[in-house]
Design a protein around this ligand. Structure first.
Ligand SMILES: Cc1cc2nc3c(=O)[nH]c(=O)nc-3n(C[C@H](O)[C@H](O)[C@H](O)COP(=O)(O)OP(=O)(O)OC[C@H]3O[C@@H](n4cnc5c(N)ncnc54)[C@H](O)[C@@H]3O)c2cc1C
Length: 545
């Protein structure tokens, strides 16, 4: 059996090595048009920033090592230019020799990835404008930045790569400007969670433009000298990084007549087979099933590419494998001291998908407060109102964010509910969590809301209620909701007569916890229309900005 794999990075190499482990006798050829295989895309910003010192550390393996261990014929600088489905062969261009040839296949696995989007505007192809995708891009950027005259960088796009590069370029000593067209960086997140990220960037000296996209690139002598934003702002720069997203590389598949899906990725079945059962496709070029909505979606991340690549390799080599798992889009990024991430659906996406959505916010330390090093985790849980099914979560903080996202991603995988979250038996000792972990706390808030024990209200939905700020006078003095009365929680029982039990009332504090206790006191003492402000003053402030 001849198995040909097109693309030798995450999905392609996972497919190739699994195919070999499952079928010792197949002839397996990997064709990679670039000069490197199995490199760590995810590490590229950290090499450019100097955190990873040596370029060779980015190379997970080499063609000769794969040949020696797996007996796989890996050919770099070999581009597949077309697929002849009826003759079952691919046309290949060897970029080193300039020669073309054909190779026959019994099974073909396409793993051609995605390409950065470069806007079709003047000067976008100037020498000091680049995207970051490959080792070759990294070398180009590295050489430009090493130029003595390069002091300033403008990063267009505040997604995961843009954020990582903003941090790393700042570590490198450059003046960094980050330009984001959406009204906040990290557009997949809901705005109140992304808010802290914008603050963190600014605190670390990054100039951030949000809600203001790139309009044009000013240049002289074939070099860009400034970026001009939609509102006319002009930012002088020595280098421009384009990180405004990726487009799936589907040209080869489309030209061969393989079906594309509604999202523009190649359409595949649950084993990665395209509309031609002998041809598989996997990784950033395909659309996958979303684990919550079960709709086709594109999730250009390393996890699905690696895991699905492995399964496609097995299926191509043996005719059998487990089905591709649905993907949750779990992602995380660290920007200076802050870590932020998402799993499943955001609130805005869940609403757009037609779910009856509710949310719960908590702020709780990543481990018990009495153990040194405790720092807060802000967690937003998104769930379906009638069923309590968890739809997604977002978390931000300095530490412990990955753990909470991974637990919720696991809950999503098993179609867990908010009740399930309250019941999880999680690891705890003072260094590692709390007997009531942030995951439990989020479950408690959500189930209290769901059962009507503690109804919550968003600041945007406030409408003439009596507002009781139960924080301390010192906290109150630093700013509160206009018209709010300050009755600190510990005085509430003594001062309860100051409030009319028949009027709709909202209690609130800094993050929602004291407001909840106040709401429980009032609702058990004759107040029938009392709610707690979701996420307290913190989320209100995040939402207003
Ligand atoms: C800077 C950066 C940081 C990232 N960080 C993260 C992260 O932290 N977490 C995360 O989950 N994901 C991250 N990603 C995304 C992750 O790297 C991708 O999702 C993953 O690499 C996709 O794997 P793939 O094999 O589908 O595509 P790719 O890795 O793009 O590989 C496709 C390969 O196919 C080759 N190819 C294309 N066409 C042909 C052809 N016709 N003939 C031969 N070869 C061809 C290309 O040259 C390319 O090498 C990051 C990506 C980048 C660029």
């Amino acid at each position: 059996m001849n198995i040909i794999i097109v693309g030798g990075v995450a999905a392609g190499m996972s497919a190739a090595t699994r195919a070999r482990r499952m079928n010792e006798h197949a002839a397996i050829i990997v064709l990679e048009k670039g000069g490197y295989i199995s490199f760590a895309n995810c590490g590229l910003p950290y090499y450019l920033g100097g955190t990873i010192k040596d370029e060779s550390q980015l190379l997970v393996t080499t063609a000769s090592a794969v040949r020696a261990r797996f007996n796989i014929d890996v050919r770099v600088k070999h581009e597949v230019t077309s697929i002849d489905r009826s003759a079952r062969q691919v046309h290949v261009l060897d970029h080193t020799t300039g020669t073309s040839f054909v190779l026959p296949f019994d099974k073909l696995i396409l793993a051609t990835g995605a390409s950065p989007i470069i806007p079709a505007i003047a000067n976008a192809l100037a020498a000091n404008v680049s995207a970051l995708r490959s080792i070759e891009d990294t070398q180009t950027i590295h050489a430009s930045l090493a130029n003595i005259g390069c002091r300033r960088i403008a990063i267009i796009g505040g997604g995961f790569i843009g954020l990582e590069m903003a941090e790393q370029m700042s570590h490198r000593g450059l003046e960094v400007t980050l330009v984001e067209k959406s009204d906040h960086v990290l557009a997949p997140l809901d705005s109140e969670i992304a808010f802290s990220l914008g603050e963190e960037l600014r605190r670390n000296g990054i100039t951030v433009f949000e809600g203001n996209g790139l309009k044009s690139l000013e240049g002289t002598n074939e070099l860009v000298t400034a970026v001009v934003l939609e509102d006319g702002t002009r930012v002088a720069t020595d280098f421009v990084l384009m990180s405004i997203g990726v487009r799936p590389n589907v040209g080869l598949a489309r030209d061969a007549g393989l079906e594309l899906g509604p999202t523009g990725g190649v359409k595949i079945d649950s084993h990665g087979r395209t509309s031609d059962a002998l041809i598989y496709a996997v990784g950033d070029m395909v659309e996958v099933e979303h684990g919550v909505t079960h709709k086709p979606t594109r999730i250009p991340l390393a996890g699905p590419a690696n895991r699905d690549g492995r399964l496609a390799g097995e299926h191509a080599a043996t005719g059998n494998s487990a089905k591709f798992p649905a993907a949750m889009g779990t992602a995380i990024v660290k920007v200076f001291d802050l870590v932020v991430g998402i799993t499943g659906l955001s609130e805005k996406v869940a609403m757009a998908a037609g779910y009856e959505v509710d949310v719960a916010y908590i702020v709780s330390n990543q481990h018990v407060g009495y153990y040194p090093g405790a720092t807060p985790v802000q967690l937003k849980l998104i769930y379906e109102k009638p069923t309590g099914r968890v739809l997604g979560a977002q978390a931000v903080g300095k530490d412990g964010i990955d753990k909470r996202l991974d637990v919720i991603a696991t809950a999503l995988h098993f179609k867990g509910t908010i009740d399930d979250l309250t019941e999880l038996d999680l690891a705890y000792s003072p260094q590692f969590g709390a007997a009531k972990d942030p995951i439990h706390m989020a479950g408690f808030v959500a189930t209290n809301q769901q059962r009507g024990i503690s109804p919550g209200v968003r600041s945007s939905d406030l409408d003439g209620e009596v507002k009781i700020d139960v924080r301390s006078p010192a906290e109150f003095a630093q700013g509160s909701i206009p018209g709010a009365i300050n009755i600190p929680l510990d005085h509430l029982r003594q001062r309860i007569n100051e409030i009319d039990p028949d009027k709709p009332t909202v209690t609130f504090c800094q993050v929602g916890q004291r407001g909840y206790v106040a709401q429980r006191i009032l609702s058990q003492r004759g107040f029938t229309k009392v709610k707690n402000l979701k996420g307290g003053h913190t989320v209100r402030r995040q939402m207003q900005s």
